[in-house]
Ligand binder design. Structure first.
Ligand code: SAH
Length: 219
C-alpha cells in the first residue's frame, strides 16, 4: 500500500485529473467533487503511487485492476446516488470505487470474490474511517440477498449476462449499472419500473476484468 499521506502535490495532480474528466464529458459535479476528495494513491501499490492520478487502470494483484478514473466517474454518475441510498457494489477490488460511493453519502454494501482483496480493502476502508461501508467476501453473481432491496447496484467487472439475482434485489425505482459483454462490454443501465418491468438502456463500450462465479480463498 502507498503511504497514507496526501500532499499538496497529490492534490494538485488530482485537480488536473478532475479537470481532465470534466473536459472528457463528466458533468456531474458531486461525482467530480468525490473524485477530488478521495486520494486514489491510497488504493494503489507503492510502486504505482507516482501514476495514481493518470487516467489509467493499474494492477492490484490477483489478476485484477483498479478501474480507470474515467470509468469510475462514468459509472458513478449513471447511478445518480443520493445521500442515504442503499447501494450494493459488486467487485470491491481496491476499495476505491467504494470510497467514492461512501463520500457521496451511500449506505454501501460491497462484495468481493477474492478473499485477499476483500481483506485488504476492508482493512483500508476501516483505517480511512469510511464507517458507512460494509464489506463481504461473497460471489456477487448472487447479489447480497440478506440486505436487499437496494436503491442502486453497481457491478465493476464485465458480465457475460445480467444476473437475474441482481435485478431481483433492486428496489422498485432502483438503478443497476453493469458492463455487459465478453471481450468488450457495453454499459447497461437497468431501471426497475415495477415488480415485473425493467427499462434497459445501453451506453458506451468499456473493457473490464471478468465477472467470475464462485469465490477464491487465500492460499
Ligand atoms: N471497484 C474496484 C474494481 C476492481 S476490478 C476498484 O475500485 O478497485 C473488479 C473486481 O471484481 C475484482 O476485484 C474481482 O475479483 C471482482 N469480482 C469479479 N467477479 C466477482 C464476483 N462474482 N463477485 C464479487 N466480486 C467479483
Amino acid at each position: 500500500m502507498s503511504s497514507l499521506n496526501d500532499t499538496y502535490r497529490h492534490k494538485g495532480l488530482r485537480k488536473r485529473l478532475v479537470d481532465d474528466l470534466r473536459r472528457r464529458g463528466i458533468t456531474d459535479e458531486a461525482v467530480l467533487t468525490a473524485l477530488m476528495t478521495v486520494p486514489r494513491h491510497y488504493f494503489l501499490d507503492k510502486a504505482f503511487e507516482e501514476h495514481a492520478y493518470e487516467d489509467k487502470p493499474f494492477p492490484i494483484g490477483y489478476d485484477q485492476t483498479i478501474s480507470q478514473p474515467f470509468t469510475v466517474a462514468y459509472q458513478t454518475a449513471m447511478l445518480e446516488v443520493k445521500a442515504r441510498d442503499r447501494v450494493l457494489e459488486i467487485g470491491t477490488g481496491s476499495g476505491y470505487q467504494a470510497a467514492i460511493l461512501a463520500v457521496l453519502g451511500a449506505r454501501l454494501f460491497t462484495v468481493e470474490r477474492q478473499e485477499a482483496l476483500y481483506q485488504s480493502a476492508k482493512d483500508l476502508l476501516e483505517q480511512l474511517g469510511y464507517g458507512n461501508v460494509r464489506c463481504y467476501f461473497r460471489d456477487g453473481t448472487k447479489g447480497l440477498l440478506e440486505f436487499a432491496p437496494y436503491d442502486k447496484i453497481i457491478v465493476t467487472a464485465g458480465a457475460p449476462v445480467v444476473p437475474d439475482a441482481l435485478k431481483q434485489q433492486l428496489a422498485v425505482g432502483g438503478i443497476l449499472v453493469i458492463p455487459v459483454g465478453d471481450d468488450v462490454q457495453h454499459m447497461y443501465r437497468i431501471k426497475r419500473l415495477s415488480k415485473s418491468e425493467y427499462q434497459e438502456d445501453i451506453f458506451e463500450a468499456f473493457r473490464f476484468v471478468p465477472f467470475l462465479e464462485g469465490v477464491q480463498k487465500k492460499s
